[in-house]
Design a protein around this ligand. Structure first.
Ligand code: T4K
Length: 402
């Protein structure tokens, strides 16, 4: 149902626009038949985990697509980050953005390494490389850049800084599978890059992640570490953990990968529909993807300028949720405002003005194969009604947060 008037908005008593929730991270399905055939094969062969044939095939196909010599599939991207950090010998302090999913910071803190939060460039949402230099101390051993929303960090500048200062450099590419930087696939930059194949990612293996690198020694260490440090039967030669990807996850990952182009096309179609629907809506800016690069269009990100829109981001999210449109406030409130970081660094926000501002302005909207172009049109209609009636909606909204 179109939502042209205030009375029709669900937040004021109208029927929700969608009978079922429209999610940001509804999983895409790969080829169901091929997935089920692989599961049948896994059951028949009774080989469920520990570097099985589907994990090996998944690694090979990922490495081919990304153009990297080494790819290690693991159980999720958080463990992948931990393994890369440990494999590279990072200690002491590591510089990271706060405008990221909390896993980036936790993967350091979990190993007793201090995440030093750095502000972001408001135009890219990625690490501000000038600020990075200012945060380097004698205890700094590395930098983790995050390709937020799949748009590459300032890779060249960060590489330059890392080389000049003898620091290790990892890119958290959880959002950036199948995206390019200056025409080259993300995956081979820095000392290592890390991908996520979590259910909510456009290519998923239920849970899953991977580390890619050009460094043969690092790849060998990570392979040992993800398997308790075992080098053959009964022979442990390294401290390790259990980071293995199960076969059923690799089967899902492969079936998902086989539909990659189709999934990107759906995301792109939805992205373009949002772009048409939100064009010229005052105060709402849809994040742009560089047409010269390949993108996965996995995130539809809107920045809300409350003065121009008449409503702030949280008020818009509240209106959308009432309509069953489960927009998300990634990455509110920023890692530095979550525990334990909030207690450890109570004044961090003073150094993170752009992060603080973004955390209050950004929302992500539903996309993926569970969302049709008509759904997108309806969501845009709601947002247009909001922007056209900002003052009136604000006056009538209850004051508690969403
Ligand atoms: N680095 C970065 C930059 C990341 O963004 C992430 C993860 C990581 C590292 C770590 O990667 P992993 O260790 O997870 O591989 C979600 C995802 O769980 C998380 O993977 C992702 N980033 C983050 C941005 O989003 P939540 O806490 O928002 O998830 P949740 O459960 O609220 O789900 C999001 C939406 O998706 C909901 O509306 C429900 C829907 N959904 C979710 C699942 C799991 C479904 O419809 N079906 C499902 O099966 O973190």
């Amino acid at each position: 149902m179109d939502k042209a008037t205030l009375q029709q908005l669900a937040v004021f008593g109208g029927a929700p626009a969608f009978p079922e929730p429209l999610h940001v991270g509804r999983p895409n399905l790969g080829d169901r038949e091929r997935f089920l055939a692989r599961v049948g094969d896994i059951l028949d062969r009774r080989w469920f985990t520990n570097n099985g044939k589907y994990v090996q095939e998944f690694e090979r196909r990922l490495a081919e697509r990304l153009g990297v010599p080494h790819c290690i599939a693991v159980c999720n991207a958080t463990i992948a980050l931990e393994l890369a950090i440990r494999g590279l010998g990072m200690t002491g302090e590591v510089i990271v953005p706060s405008f990221t999913f909390v896993a980036t910071a936790h993967s350091l803190q979990w190993q007793g390494i201090t995440p030093v939060f750095c502000d972001v460039d408001p135009s890219t949402h990625n690490l501000d490389s000038d600020r990075v230099e200012e945060l380097i101390t004698p205890r700094t051993t590395g930098i983790i850049g995050v390709h937020v929303w799949g748009r590459a960090c300032s890779i060249e500048r960060l590489t330059e800084i890392a080389e000049a200062r003898g620091l290790k450099l990892i890119f958290d590419a959880a959002h950036a599978f199948a995206c390019t930087h200056r025409g080259t696939m993300i995956g081979g930059f820095g000392d290592a890059e890390v991908f996520s194949f979590h259910a909510t990612k456009f290519i998923n293996s239920f849970e899953g992640g991977a580390i890619t690198t050009h460094d043969e020694g690092l790849a060998a260490r990570i392979r040992l570490m993800k398997n308790f440090g075992f080098s053959g039967y009964d022979n442990v030669i390294y401290v390790g953990t259990n980071g293995k990807m199960p076969e059923v996850c690799a089967a899902m990952g492969l079936s998902s990968l086989e539909r990659l182009e189709e999934l990107i096309a759906v995301n792109r179609r939805n992205y373009l529909a949002y772009r048409r629907g939100l064009r010229e809506v005052p105060g709402l800016t849809l994040l742009a993807y560089d047409p010269a690069e390949r993108s996965n269009y996995q995130y539809v990100v809107v920045e809300v300028d409350d003065e121009r829109a008449g409503l702030n981001r949280d008020q818009l999210v509240r209106v959308l949720h009432a309509e069953n449109v489960l927009a998300r406030r990634y990455f509110y409130p920023g890692c530095h405002s979550m525990e334990p970081y909030r207690s450890y660094f109570p004044h961090a926000r003073l150094l993170l003005p752009e992060t603080e501002r973004l955390c209050l302005r950004v929302m992500t909207l539903p996309t993926g194969t569970a969302v049709s172009e008509e759904d997108v049109d309806l969501v845009c209609g709601i947002l247009r009604t909001c922007a056209a009636n900002g003052e009136a909606i604000r006056a009538r909204l209850p004051s508690s947060p969403p």
